[in-house]
Structures are given as structure tokens and as C-alpha cells.
Design a protein around this ligand. Structure first.
Ligand SMILES: Nc1ncnc2c1ncn2[C@@H]1O[C@H](COP(=O)(O)OP(=O)(O)OP(=O)(O)O)[C@@H](O)[C@H]1O
Ligand SMILES: [Mg+2]
Length: 350
């Protein structure tokens, strides 16, 4: 209350990079207060599980120090795969209070774990086409995974106040940066090192989400194999730095199959969305995450999907003060998409 409106820290704990973003609310808009990223050693986090929590704690402390962040209140995000269930469900019409009372019972049939082992949240989307029913977005996250992440963050000296789901953090980022057209559907797709988060918004409301356990690590592995490189060299080459004996052009062509595989995976999710009852099409794809930085990827995805593909601009509507290196921010901003979405959250939000 007395901290002069210091924004909540949005901390995106990715498997390959930590991203922190802090925003300040200003005259009805936002201003960037802090942005920092730190590459993590491989295999600290595998398939969403924290393998080496000690080193992760150290890395979080390091990125906070680099960013000179004093605030404590933090919002973190959790990726999907095995620990998160997000589903659109049909429920008899009732008030939000009534559903709060009965959601556990309603959710039971959709959650393949013991209902007491998950934290449950929901959002009423509106009346359904079925009379007397309403559409509800159900979110269930395993308490184990929440505890795993909040323990690490607490150990690093922070106070976790919001635990979000990465796919939803993306829609927060979208909401403040883009005009919402009620008649258009957009697919927000974040391509990390080992996860793809997809969130389809219709008129700004999330109607479908899906996470896949593949990502841009495929590019790195392809380079390691093709040119017999260590992880670090392959990462440098991937970012467009020529190595002593490998040209960037050769690297681009050997990354093509990985890009094709990722694009096909995204298309599979989109086709799955199309095949469900919603009868909606997608008008454009907005990509973010480090995978969006692979030079040819936006074009490859546009060709594979036949849709318009844009790279996300998470700071489009956020004032970036002169003390920041604008060129750097433009170069890496799409990696910060989820962290921006997390930094927008406030305790008690739904
Ligand atoms: N300039 C760049 N060009 C190409 N790829 C890049 C660049 N910078 C980072 N990457 C790649 O982006 C990936 C990191 O992106 P991101 O930070 O979105 O992933 P993450 O959040 O750590 O992973 P995940 O969400 O899957 O756990 C890495 O695979 C990295 O090699
Ligand atoms: Mg990520």
C-alpha cells in the first residue's frame, strides 16, 4: 500500500529462460519499469517439473539482482501438459456464487485426478446454445505443481500472490495491446523451448486452449546434431551468430525440419479446435516466445496454416521510458509476452 504503486513482478519461469517484467500503472495505461531475462542451464526444468530447485532459486535471485527489483509480490505462471486441465464445460444456469459452491462437484467428471489434489477455478462464458445451460471455462491445476513452483519462488525471497496459467497470461498481454474485434477469432501461440501454449480468443474471450510438449529446443537439437556442436554454440548459431566453421545460412536450412514439425503441431491444435463444436474459424495467429524469433518461422507457419501470422508486440501499448535500450527490447520482446501478462495480474483477479 505504501510502496508507491510498485507493480507486481511478473515472473515467467521457462525451461530455458527466466523472464521478469514489472509494470507501473500510469494515467490509465502502463509504463515499463523493469525487464530482465536470464538463460537457464539445460535440464533444470524438464517437462514442467523442477529438477534442480537449488539452482533455480539461485537463478531467480540472480535475475532479480540484475534487474535491481525491490518488490516482493510476484505472479507466476504454470504451463499445461500433465498438471493443468482447461476445458470448456456445460453447466446448468446458475449464479457465480452458486457455481463457486458447486464447481468441485461439477468438475469431478472432467478431472482425471483426485478432486482434492487440484486447485479449481472457473469463468462463466455465457449462456449456451443448449437451453437452461451455460458455458463455463474450467481450470484445474494440480496442487503439487503449484506447491513446487511457489516453494521455489518463496525460497528466492519473493511472495507469490498470483498463480496463473501461461495460456491465460497470453490473453492478458493481448487485451491491453490489441483492439478486440467481437467477430474475429485469434490464436495466440507461445512457442517456448519445450512447450507450445495455444489460446484461441473469440471477441477477446478465451474459448479454447491447448498445450503441446514440443518447442524450439528442436531447433537447437537439430543444430547440435548437424554441426556436432555443444548446447551453447548451437544456441549462439540459432540466434544468428555465425560460428567459426558454420555459416548462418547453412544453419537456417538445417533448422527447417524442426520449424516444419512445430508448425504442424500448431496446425494440429488448430484443426482440433476446428473439429470441436464451436464451428469457428481462426482469422489470424499471433506468435510469441523464443520460437517466434527463428527468422523463417513466421513465414513457414503462414504457409503451413494458410493464415495470417504476426509476431506479438507485448509492449505495443506500454510506454517504454528512454532508460531502456529500445532496440534490445524490440528484438526480444516477444519472449516476454507471458511475463507481461503475468505482470498485469493483481491479487484477487479472476
Ligand atoms: N534471438 C533468438 N533467435 C532464435 N531463437 C531464440 C533467440 N533467443 C532465444 N531463442 C530461443 O528461444 C527459446 C527460449 O524461448 P522462451 O524463453 O520463450 O522459452 P522458455 O519459456 O524458456 O521455454 P518453455 O516455456 O517451453 O519452458 C530457446 O529455445 C532459445 O534458443
Ligand atoms: Mg515459456
Amino acid at each position: 500500500m505504501f510502496l508507491g504503486g510498485k507493480g507486481i513482478i511478473g515472473l515467467d519461469i521457462g525451461s530455458s529462460y527466466l523472464k521478469v517484467v514489472q509494470l507501473k500503472e500510469k494515467k490509465g495505461g502502463y509504463e515499463l519499469e523493469n525487464l530482465e531475462m536470464l538463460q537457464l542451464p539445460p535440464e533444470l526444468i524438464v517437462e514442467g517439473s523442477i529438477i534442480d530447485s537449488l539452482r533455480l532459486v539461485e537463478s531467480i535471485k540472480e535475475v532479480l539482482k540484475k534487474a535491481k527489483i525491490k518488490a516482493k509480490q510476484t505472479s507466476i505462471g504454470i504451463a499445461g501438459h500433465a498438471s493443468v486441465i482447461i476445458r470448456r464445460i456445460l453447466v446448468a444456469e446458475m449464479s457465480e456464487d452458486e457455481l463457486t459452491e458447486s464447481i468441485k462437484f461439477e468438475a469431478e467428471q472432467y478431472v482425471p485426478f483426485d478432486i482434492d489434489d487440484v486447485a479449481i477455478d472457473f469463468q462463466i462464458l455465457g449462456p449456451s446454445e443448449e437451453p437452461g445451460q451455460m458455458d463455463v471455462m474450467l481450470v484445474a491445476v494440480k496442487k503439487d505443481i503449484i506447491n513446487e513452483y511457489t516453494a521455489v519462488v518463496t525460497e528466492a525471497g519473493l511472495t507469490p500472490v498470483v498463480v496463473d496459467v501461461n495460456a491465460f497470461a497470453l490473453s492478458n498481454m493481448y487485451e491491453i495491446n490489441y483492439e478486440i474485434d467481437p467477430d474475429r477469432s485469434v490464436a495466440l501461440v507461445n512457442i517456448g523451448a519445450s512447450t507450445i501454449n495455444l489460446n484461441v480468443l473469440k471477441g477477446g474471450t478465451s474459448v479454447f486452449t491447448r498445450d503441446s510438449a514440443v518447442g524450439s529446443a528442436l531447433h537447437t537439437e537439430a543444430l547440435q546434431k548437424e554441426f556436432d556442436l555443444g548446447f551453447e554454440d548451437a544456441e549462439r548459431l540459432k540466434r544468428g551468430e555465425a560460428l567459426e566453421n558454420v555459416e548462418v545460412k547453412a544453419a537456417d536450412s538445417s533448422m527447417r525440419p524442426a520449424s516444419d514439425e512445430i508448425a504442424s503441431e500448431i496446425l494440429r491444435s488448430i484443426d482440433y479446435f476446428r473439429s470441436t463444436a464451436y464451428q469457428e474459424d481462426i482469422h489470424e495467429i499471433i506468435i510469441s516466445g523464443g520460437g517466434a524469433l527463428i527468422k523463417d518461422f513466421p513465414t513457414i507457419l503462414a504457409e503451413t496454416s494458410g493464415l495470417e501470422v504476426k509476431v506479438a508486440e507485448p509492449f505495443k501499448n506500454i510506454n517504454v521510458p528512454g532508460k531502456f535500450d529500445i532496440g534490445y527490447i524490440e528484438d526480444v520482446s516477444c519472449m516476454a509476452a507471458i511475463a507481461v501478462g503475468l505482470a498485469l495480474r493483481r491479487p484477487g483477479d479472476r
